[in-house]
Design a protein around this ligand. Sequence first.
Ligand code: SF4
Length: 360
Amino acid sequence: MKSVYIHIPFCNNMCSYCDFTKLYYNKKFVEDYINSLEQEIINNYKNEIIETIYIGGGTPDSLSVLELEKLFNIIKIFKTNNLELTVECNVENICLEKLELFKKNNVNRLSIGVQTFNANLIKYLNRKHNKEEALKNISLAHTYIPNINIDLIYAVPGETIDDLEKDIDEFIKLDIEHISTYSLILEPHTKLYIDNTYNIDDDLDFKMYDLICSKLEKNNYNHYEISNFSKKGYESKHNLTYWNNNKYYGFGLGASGYINNTRYTNTKNIIDYNNKLYIKEQEELNLKNQMQEEMFLGLRKISGIDISLFKNKFNLNVEEVFDIEKLLKEKKLIKEKGFIKISKEYLYLSNDILINFVGE
Ligand code: SF4
């Protein structure tokens, strides 16, 4: 166990596409929430050495400086080694006071929600920044924390290839270390879904993915996961925990964790959570499920599945467990230098391949 995810569900604003576990910032709820979170961590943490902590949301930096200080004091409970400590921020909340606080508390990675610099798309997504403010705040943050990820959303209805290219160019100019990309998905219960928004055309979606991959690769970003790109040595250690199918704690409202071969998800009800009724669902995985998840998650990495690591982990050969002959023949999967991976041409259609490793 080397990783911890902590969910801070409060936001100052509701984005039109968002289906994360979140609620409007409310001082009273925050106070009770932080107390309950502390108790959950004390109840469950077993003193392992932790190498990554990811404080996500919601919007962690919607909390006040005092509330954030309390949170940083709580996480001092973790014994750490060479820690990657990431905090998610919304670009419009970035300010000197919070950056100084982050630095003082050893935050060494920021993941900044930007999504786009295009004024029309910002409005459509109901985000609250503007381009000038966002560029200024990112540059300021970069002087404090020298490892920054920015999220980019594409395939927004009405967006053109030209719009996307301008966004990517702005991202590249910022010279940040990591870029995560998301094709907009219309999730039920979001404003966009309720408004009967349409998905963009599949061909355009593909062209957009292709443009992102080629432009970022040309500009020295290593494409290391289906949707993630980084400068050399700046891959997200925390997210690699998930893709490597390793165990991790999940603390907070709606958070998920994976401990002792059991996946669990916390309640999404803030009243229950603040009353310390934490876990809502849990499922112990049998050996077959564990191996399926190893494939399903591991094939998201561009490097793919390490055949000998699979053997060490499960004491079985991957090709005896899964019949991948057909996928290899179709060149959807390739076997190379001890790894099995999705071929570059099929990355865009990765879901159609990954589905082969889910089920009974
Ligand atoms: S996208 Fe982020 S900031 Fe927007 S509502 Fe969702 S959690 Fe809050």
